[in-house]
Design a protein around this ligand. Structure first.
Ligand SMILES: Nc1ncnc2c1ncn2[C@@H]1O[C@H](COP(=O)(O)OP(=O)(O)OP(=O)(O)O)[C@@H](O)[C@H]1O
Ligand SMILES: [Mg+2]
Length: 449
């Protein structure tokens, strides 16, 4: 399971007095436009490019609103330009790529403005405020204990997992289920041979296919300790601290394992955030630091003190993962979207579970669940659950409307076919056929390796 090597070192990235300079080339190469294009088009593209670069500069110095404006201008100019050049030309392709990158990065800026998030954790791709990388004078390094405490709170024991789906309620994903169980069971039964077990697993698939739910269900089923770590937790705005965080994460797992004698599952969510290919020149030095540390830990993963610890790294973008990281993982398992039979079972299971709630009076006789399963081609488990939630809400909305217009409090009625039809029309599937094909290609590719 490797990916072709094309190692290039990022240009302009060297450590100066502990300050991380930002890459000198945060933007991709701008296409060189042929003279055949009109002078005015070339001129406006130059302005577009200037805005594009300026947007990164502004984000770097923390001027996020201005940065957003500059991105928006650049995107507008690129969009206009794309209408004037041959859509099949190389320039158009490159320009489209640049525009997509600008759109994505503008969204990140918007997020940073809206949620006041750390820019460094959003922008682990290069444009980090250098000042924020230095721990301010007077602020001590986080102690090891404090760092470990942050991970201890990510731990769920079986009491906390009680409301999660059980392994029998996770539909499909058969090979993922059996591989995970075998790995953990082997470690449990034969701890002396645990190094042979496949305990470093990449779980990949489109959003909502049940990756997190499956990992939790396996933990519950195997009476394992579940550590739910999001990549954000490993990112720090302070230089060097991210590496300590990786250490802390593994230390907590090892301690917990010794203390309880139970298998420990570290579920590392959105691993692509930190394990993206280092070949990419936009990957920030700080992110590479975390990844290097993670790789070093993975190398030591089969040591005696790591026995009975399973690492499940989850991602929606397996193709962006660093090859050195991928090579160190024992296997990659695809959590694929459900087929018709699986969709039927998912619908049935979630309807059944909802019956335990007092705001659900079951489903009407007129509902054809089998038909619903055929109509929901391309929907993931999460989206199917949303359909049921939406249909359920339709009933409550109706009760409220009746109350508002007549003052009558009607009784909760079962969800009927019309509720489901409404829900279906309001919730389209979000994953395209093309995206699924991309996962399928990766799945074939990673099996060949
Ligand atoms: N195969 C499935 N069987 C039963 N329920 C499912 C399945 N897939 C998804 N679901 C339902 O959808 C919810 C969301 O799924 P989950 O959070 O596990 O998806 P995910 O693959 O981790 O998504 P993401 O990539 O966005 O993190 C689950 O809690 C569960 O209720
Ligand atoms: Mg998830």
């Amino acid at each position: 399971m490797t990916r072709p090597h094309n190692r290039r070192t990022a240009k302009g990235l060297s450590k100066v007095n502990g300050v991380l300079p930002t890459p000198t080339k945060p933007t991709p190469n701008f296409p060189h436009f042929e003279i055949k294009h009109s002078a005015s088009l070339r001129e406006s593209l130059v302005i577009g490019n200037q805005n594009f670069k300026e947007a990164y500069r502004l984000s770097k110095v923390g001027k996020l609103r201005e940065s957003k404006e500059a991105f928006a201008k650049a995107i507008g100019i690129f969009t206009d330009a794309l209408q004037q050049i041959d859509p099949k030309s190389q320039e158009a392709t490159r320009l489209r790529n640049i525009r997509s990158k600008a759109v994505l990065d503008m969204k990140r800026v918007e997020q940073a403005i809206g949620e006041g998030q750390l820019i460094s954790s959003l922008f682990n791709v290069g444009f980090v405020n250098p000042q924020s990388q230095l721990r301010p004078a007077g602020v001590d390094d986080e102690s090891e204990d404090k760092l470990e405490a942050q991970f201890s709170s990510s731990i769920s024991d079986n009491k906390k997992l009680v409301d999660e789906l059980s392994i029998n309620e996770i539909v499909g994903l058969d090979s993922a289920k059996s591989e995970l169980r075998t790995a953990i069971e082997f470690n449990k039964v034969f701890p002396e041979y645990a190094t042979d077990a496949k305990t470093r697993i990449v779980l990949y698939g489109p959003p909502g296919t049940g990756k997190t739910a499956l990992a939790k269900a396996v933990a519950k089923d195997m009476d394992a300790v579940f550590m739910n770590v999001s990549s954000d937790q490993l990112v720090s705005r302070y230089f060097g601290e991210s590496k300590q965080k990786v250490n802390a994460m593994f230390n907590v797992a090892k301690k917990k394992q010794k203390e309880t004698g139970k298998p420990v599952i570290i579920f590392l969510d959105e691993v692509d955030d930190i394990a993206k290919s280092r070949d990419n020149e936009n990957v920030h030095e700080a992110t590479k630091g975390i990844l290097n540390r993670l790789i070093a830990e993975l190398d030591g993963f089969n040591n005696a003190d790591s026995k009975n610890i399973t690492l499940i790294a989850s991602t929606n973008k397996p193709w962006t993962l660093d090859s050195a990281f991928l090579q160190r993982m024992d296997q990659a398992i695809y959590a694929d979207p459900p087929d018709k039979e699986d969709r039927l079972d998912i619908l049935k299971i979630h309807i059944e579970k909802m019956k335990k709630q007092n705001d659900f009076a079951g489903i009407d006789k007129d509902v054809n669940i089998r038909k619903l399963a055929s109509l929901t081609e391309g929907y993931t488990g999460r989206e199917l659950k949303k359909i049921i939630d939406k249909a359920k809400k339709n009933v409550k909305d109706e009760m409220m409307t009746i109350y508002m217009t007549t003052g009558q409090k009607s009784k909760l009625r079962p969800v009927n076919q019309i509720d489901f039809n409404n829900a279906l029309s309001e919730i389209p599937p979000t994953i395209s056929r093309r995206e699924i094909e991309r996962f399928e290609r990766f799945s074939i590719y990673s099996k060949k390796k």
